[in-house]
Write a protein that binds this ligand. Structure first.
Ligand code: TMP
Ligand code: ASP
Length: 234
């Protein structure tokens, strides 16, 4: 399918139109940002890792009954996806305390949570993606009650599948962020699942194998992405 005009350029991806109005091409960049774009950098080969890893995970989730935007990987950095209208929510699941959860509630990073948690943030760069609750989502008409119920149900299913999948390759899924889109009459999983959007710790050593290495200047950022890529058999 031919790549036409660029529709949108985000912090980590470019999105292009195609001849089919229902299909887009996502092109993953090596650019990395943190703290709402305040910290900027680049992680060599990140675009390849995130593209191929997201596609592998989306295929696994599809087999488990989760519809995703994935159509077909067309190169190391590019994928054909279904054109969705993104629900403006960052949906965050946590299995183990870390990051903003640890800070907000004073819980040491690495503490296993009694049960997985679900959080929503309002996707709005000007506001810095503030946390938002279900009543506020309904009040602002960001999603309907039915959509929210569907998103929550899908998200916990996705968490179960991802936790089991990463366990097989010696990785603990600490937390992650996903996004959903409206496609015709239904809600499907969109965006990406990658070391940019997950906290992934080595199961034995707790070594961080994700974007926290960039956010926190821990060094060996590229090595961490490569390690996850290798363990996935990619
Ligand atoms: P947090 O602890 O900073 O709230 O992050 C929770 C999870 O969400 C973590 O896996 C990283 C991911 N995340 C994103 O994908 N994008 C973001 O902009 C932020 C802040 C976090
Ligand atoms: N989405 C955040 C930003 O751009 C990055 C992050 O912390 O993952 O700046």
């Amino acid at each position: 399918m031919k790549k036409l005009d660029m529709l949108y350029e985000g912090k980590a991806k470019k999105v292009f139109l195609t001849e089919d109005s229902d299909v887009l091409i996502v092109d993953y960049k090596d650019d990395a940002t943190a703290f709402n774009g305040l910290k900027k950098g680049s992680i060599e080969n990140k675009g390849v890792v995130n593209n191929r890893m997201s596609n592998l995970l989306f295929k696994m989730l599809e087999k488990g009954g989760i519809e995703t935007h994935l159509i077909e990987e067309i190169s190391d950095r590019e994928t054909l996806v279904k054109k969705v209208s993104i629900v403006p929510l960052e949906v965050i699941v946590r299995n183990v305390a870390a990051g903003s959860f640890s800070k907000r509630f004073g819980v040491e990073e690495g503490t296993l949570l009694a049960s997985p948690t679900l959080e929503f943030c309002y996707k709005n760069d000007n506001l810095g993606d503030p946390m938002i609750n279900e009543y506020q989502i309904l009040a602002l008409d960001l999603a309907t009650k039915e959509e929210l119920e569907q998103i929550s149900e899908m998200t916990f299913k996705i968490n179960d599948m991802l936790v089991a999948f990463f366990k097989e390759i010696g990785i603990k899924l600490i937390d992650f962020k996903i996004e959903f889109g409206r496609y015709h009459d239904r809600i499907i999983l969109a965006d990406e699942i990658s070391p940019d959007t997950c906290r992934l710790w080595d199961a034995n050593t707790n070594e961080k194998l994700d974007k926290d290495r960039f956010r926190r200047d821990l060094g060996n950022v590229e090595g961490a992405y490569e390690e996850v890529f290798k363990r996935l058999g990619l």
